[in-house]
Design a binder for this molecule. Structure first.
Ligand code: RB5
Length: 144
């Protein structure tokens, strides 16, 4: 079974815990990189940690959560080899995998309710990358 790294700041902590439980219920192995409470922390630390876990191969995929998902997705995308997509709908989750082969999914703990968030997570996990012209574009990203 695939290993999924999860990470959040304080703004994403509660949603991270719900997503983590959902992923465990689905049988995934979880690497929880924190944070562990709603006490204020800095999202770049957690986005970077998740990015490095996925880029190194320690985890197959990652999920990052901050208040909006914006800051932590920016941080994760600073790590070479990471394609982190911030998704606020099931359609975006579908396309983030089908076209962008996003290896990290970002969610907003203060902007996306938990019910929608798990549907977004499932859609991202259960969609196949289409390859072809999309692989060529990903190769271009890798050259940057
Ligand atoms: C923290 O207050 C908040 O700025 C953070 O969770 C996130 O939304 C940043 O993009």
């Amino acid at each position: 079974m695939k290993k999924i790294a999860v990470a959040s700041d304080h703004g994403g902590y509660l949603l991270k815990e719900k997503v983590k439980k959902h992923l465990m219920d689905r049988g995934f192995e979880i690497i929880d990189l924190g944070t562990d409470s709603e006490e204020s922390v800095d999202y770049p630390v957690y986005g970077k940690a998740c990015g490095e876990a996925v880029a190194s191969g320690r985890a197959d995929l990652g999920v990052v959560v901050c208040g909006t998902g914006i800051g932590i997705s920016i941080a994760a995308n600073k790590v070479k080899g990471i394609r982190c997509g911030l998704c606020t709908s099931v359609e975006m989750a579908h396309l983030a995998k089908q076209h962008n082969n996003a290896n990290i999914l970002a969610l907003g703990g203060r902007t996306t309710d938990a019910g929608l968030a798990v549907k977004i997570v499932d859609q991202w996990l259960d969609t196949e990358f289409e390859g072809g012209r999309h692989q060529r574009r990903i190769n271009m990203l890798d050259q940057m």
